[in-house]
Design a protein around this ligand. Structure first.
Ligand code: CP
Length: 307
């Protein structure tokens, strides 16, 4: 079985079977990264373009490593050094790149829907690496992979996503992904950072972090996205940290086998205390490692591979 769709634009559009296929394929891909020679010829002759209109460390690097471990040719475009700064539109940039015949274009863009515009314009497969506050599907897939790796399953587990839900594409993609895979989902944060009607996605909403973390299997902390906030949503960072920061004291209210996650980059001492981020329950670096395996799986499956 392979993936039927040309593109990966959102978790909302993936079925539970397709998510399971991607996670299962990522398990095989993970083994490649443990070898002395971390390279297989699977995608030899294929071309992947990374087109990032926003900063990224984890996503851009792991797509590059993923492509290279599968022997694809990977080209990174730094938009601040490209003709984008001369006013070229997204469609024109896309058509220009398409004239060089890539097989996959990975795009990160501040505008929600930008990856879909490229997908409708280009015959290459488009992967959404984060579009505004809309979705970040590959992050949700690596998060699900990381939880399944630790717990052996997803069905029946519970998770709470904490913080700046309003501006978070990671939260939106994880809500869709976790719900599809049979997890129950809570959201917690200040009322000003919880979108209206979000409960219609089948989640429970909390404004008290200590209540929200009781009994759940996974706590996923989110970064406060100051760069997306045009106005003030809480009195001060200190106040936010006091009410919604995850520290060792607060962690005592969580299960003994709790898993702590964060998509990164973290604001140390704001949403997460350093002792928690670097502590024994933290999966933050596992998430980064698993990002390579999951993105290898996606490149392979979107270029016609089957499990
Ligand atoms: N989690 C994530 O998307 O990180 P980067 O912005 O570093 O890619």
């Amino acid at each position: 079985m392979g993936l039927k769709q040309k593109d990966l634009l959102s978790m909302r559009e993936l079925s539970a079977e397709e998510i399971t296929l991607i996670l299962d394929t990522a398990e095989s891909m993970k083994e490649v990264s443990t070898r002395d020679i971390k390279k297989v010829p699977t995608l030899r002759g294929k071309t992947v373009i990374n087109l990032f209109y926003e900063p990224s460390t984890r996503t851009r690097t792991s797509f590059e490593i993923a492509g290279k471990r599968l022997s694809a040719d990977v080209v990174n475009i730094a938009t601040e050094k490209s003709s984008v700064v001369k006013g070229e539109t997204l469609r024109d940039t896309g058509k220009t790149l398409m004239a060089m015949n890539p097989d996959v274009v990975v795009i990160r863009h501040p505008a929600p829907g930008a990856p879909r515009i490229l997908a409708e314009t280009l015959s290459a497969s488009i992967i959404n690496a984060g579009d505004g506050a809309h979705e970040h599907p590959t992050q949700a897939l690596l998060d699900l992979f990381t939880i399944r790796e630790r717990k052996g399953r997803l069905e029946g587990l519970s998770g709470v996503i904490v913080g700046d839900i309003l501006h978070s594409r990671v939260a939106r993609s994880n809500i869709h992904g976790m719900r599809k895979m049979g997890m129950s989902v809570r959201l917690a944060g200040p009322a000003t950072l919880l979108p209206r009607f979000i409960d219609q996605l089948g989640v429970e909403v909390f404004t008290d972090l200590e209540e929200a973390i009781k009994g759940v299997d996974v706590i996923m902390m989110l970064r406060i996205q100051l760069e997306r906030q045009g106005r003030t949503f809480f009195p001060s960072l200190r106040e936010y940290s006091r009410l919604f920061g995850l520290n060792l004291e607060r962690l005592k209210r969580a299960r003994e086998d709790i898993l702590i996650m964060h998509p990164g980059p973290i604001n140390r001492g704001v949403e997460i205390a350093p002792e928690v981020a670097d502590g024994p329950y933290s999966l933050i670096l596992d998430q980064v490692s698993n990002g390579v395996a999951v993105r290898m799986a996606l490149l392979y499956l979107l270029m016609g591979g089957a499990s």
